[in-house]
Design a protein around this ligand. Structure first.
Ligand code: CU
Ligand code: ZN
Length: 189
């Protein structure tokens, strides 16, 4: 008798497991639909580092026919040019921005300007803030990629206190880090 009950309950358990496996929660279903999809747009929410809390902004990366369109809007800056780079890591847990490590440089190249033949993948040049501290940036980059082994997804973005001179090694001498963010896959909206 007890064996019969054991068999029945095992069968019932198997049925429950089967139902559960075939009816995943909505979030999980969405996740599996996204798996393997080509990324066409990425998004960054910038936050000011310690002592630079008034700096904020967004950066978007959109796949275009000729490269990746990079658009940024930053506020709260001091007037003038500020180094603007993709850094190697998306770790924004350090108040000074330094957990994002150095410039994203998967090819072991020297630092340069965004249009230079030799540059880090992360070298996007500068954003230029007006007298109100507002900066916008719009440029199609032919080096960075949203997919593949050198994808920028999950890496960091840094805005610097000073100007990237586009030549000093290995950072362009742009100084402290005033804002940081992580490059994530954008929602479709
Ligand atoms: Cu930088
Ligand atoms: Zn660089």
């Amino acid at each position: 008798m007890s064996r019969v009950i054991a068999i029945i309950s095992t069968t019932a358990l198997a049925a429950i497991v089967l139902v559960a496996a075939c009816s995943p929660a909505t979030d999980e279903a969405n996740g599996s639909e996204d798996a393997g999809k080509t990324v066409t747009k990425a998004m960054v929410q910038l936050a000011g580092t310690k002592g630079n809390e008034k700096v904020s902004g967004t950066v978007t990366f959109t796949q275009a026919a000729t490269g990746v369109l990079v658009e940024a809007a930053v506020t709260g800056l001091t007037p003038g040019k500020h180094g603007f780079h993709i850094h190697a890591l998306g770790d924004v847990t350090c108040a000074d921005g330094k957990c994002t490590a150095g410039h994203w440089n998967p090819t072991g190249s020297a630092h340069g300007g965004p249009d230079a033949d030799v540059r880090h993948h992360g070298d996007l040049g500068n954003v230029a803030a007006d007298l109100n501290g507002q900066a916008t940036y719009k440029r199609v980059d032919t080096v960075i990629q949203l997919n593949g082994v050198h994808s920028i997804i999950g890496r960091g973005i840094i805005i610097h206190a000073g100007t990237d001179d586009l030549t000093s090694q290995p950072t362009g001498a742009a100084g402290a880090r005033v804002a940081q963010g992580v490059i994530g896959i954008a929602a479709e909206k």
